[in-house]
Design a protein around this ligand. Structure first.
Ligand code: ARG
Ligand code: ZN
Length: 400
């Protein structure tokens, strides 16, 4: 073949599992789902991005697999990638559809600047640190009043570079805030929001310029064997059963945990900020894609969180509201039991710090477009997440 492709393969036998694992590790492919080849087992649906230059080889290897376990999910991802960035150079900041498009890192910095200047009474930018490549990490503080002992919530977006819908949500959420639609105003009477639009700016930049499917940050590591690889999975770099099963000590892995907990400037900046603000921050939310899930601790162990039933009830309500208003189904539950063990995640770390309402949202879709969700779907995906944030924030205000 001469084009990129995304394949969906569901191996049925151990032998087929081995074939799929080999292809996903030995060729220039990118696993979309599951996150690492070790999770490929019989009956797991595997989503695999295959670049044009390996597509012939991969097709040959898979020719032995029967057609009922194998199909083309996206025949032309390059066209979708183009769609996600088109019209951009001509008119990057046109206001009417600004929030229904994806934005380059430069434009997000520009947007942060504009938003704070146009709403000086309500929106402030706080510099919490900088990335490995020395890009600034700005958090927006959204606040309507400064009553004493005010509660606060934290939302971060863009931990993983290729999940473009995530930064788009942080922009969407901030707009809903400064436009002040009614329910949000009720929440904001009692709660400030800290919003980090892009936690991994180096990775995000790299997905725009060089490799759309990049996940990790961009720091350079040397392995025990002397080889070098780039990138730490920031969602495996926090101090919560760090680098146990579900993360990898290998620098080249997509789920590399880093040299030690908070080894990365991005995770350290977030952890430092939350440690300093832990008395006011009652709610932590991290935005990812894709798979449509509302997850809560623990992801680093099969154990149940002490307030498991509270967290379950909150996500259940949120999922109900999403279904009621948008007819979209979201799964909900504790991370480890709902998807897989993933130690070192920011949500578990925040929970252990004492932020008892801690969540990871996986936004649209379920693999139809995967990481290449078209811009036309941004508004629905963001509104779904917005109603989940509102539902949960109201519950937190009630309970604390
Ligand atoms: N899919 C995301 C990841 O692999 C989230 C998995 C859930 N883990 C967590 N700590 N919430 O990082
Ligand atoms: Zn993610």
């Amino acid at each position: 073949g001469e084009a990129d492709q995304v394949l969906s393969i569901t191996p049925k036998t151990q032998e087929q599992v081995e074939v799929v694992r080999n292809v996903s590790t030995q060729y220039e492919t990118v696993l979309w789902q599951p996150v690492s080849h070790q999770y490929i087992t019989e009956e797991t649906q595997v989503h695999l991005f295959v670049p044009a230059n390996s597509s012939e080889m991969v097709q040959d290897l898979f020719s032995c697999l029967s057609s009922d376990i194998f199909r083309v999910l996206l025949a032309n991802p390059s066209e979708l990638i183009e769609m996600q960035t088109k019209n951009y150079s001509t008119d990057p900041r046109s206001s009417s559809t600004f929030y229904e498009r994806y934005h380059s890192l430069e434009d997000i910095y520009y947007w942060i600047n504009r938003t704070t200047m146009d709403n000086t009474d309500k929106v402030k930018a706080i510099l919490i640190g900088s990335s490995y490549e020395k890009r600034p990490l700005y958090v927006l503080k959204l606040s309507l009043n400064d009553r004493p002992n005010k509660k606060a919530a934290w939302i971060d977006c863009g931990i993983h570079a290729r999940e473009w819908i995530s930064p788009a949500f942080c922009l969407w959420f901030s707009l809903a805030f400064y436009r002040q639609n009614q329910e949000i105003t009720n929440i904001l009477d009692d709660m400030d929001f800290y919003v980090l639009p892009v936690m991994n700016p180096d990775g995000y930049k790299y997905t725009w310029t060089t490799k759309r499917m990049w996940r990790k940050n961009r720091s350079l590591s040397r392995s025990r064997w002397g080889s070098t690889c780039i990138g730490v999975d920031l969602n495996r770099n926090f101090d919560a059963n760090w680098c146990t099963e579900g993360a990898s000590p290998e620098p080249c892995s997509e789920i590399y945990c880093g040299a030690f907990p908070e080894s990365e400037p991005e995770s350290q900046a977030v952890a430092n900020f939350l440690r300093t603000h832990k008395d006011s921050v009652q709610l932590y939310i991290s935005i990812h894609s894709y798979s449509q899930m509302l997850l809560f601790p623990y992801s680093c162990t099969m154990d149940e969180a002490e307030n498991h039933s509270d967290l379950l009830e909150m996500t259940q309500k949120a999922a109900q509201n999403i279904r009621r208003f948008y007819r979209t189904n979201y799964k909900y539950g504790a991370g480890a039991k709902t998807i897989y063990l993933a130690p070192g995640g920011s949500d578990d770390w925040a929970y252990k710090l004492g932020i008892k309402y801690s969540f990871t949202f996986e936004l649209q879709d379920r693999g139809e477009y995967g990481f290449l969700l078209p811009p036309s779907k941004i508004s629905k995906a963001c509104n779904e997440a917005l109603i989940a944030v509102k539902t949960i924030a109201l519950k937190v205000i009630e309970k604390t």
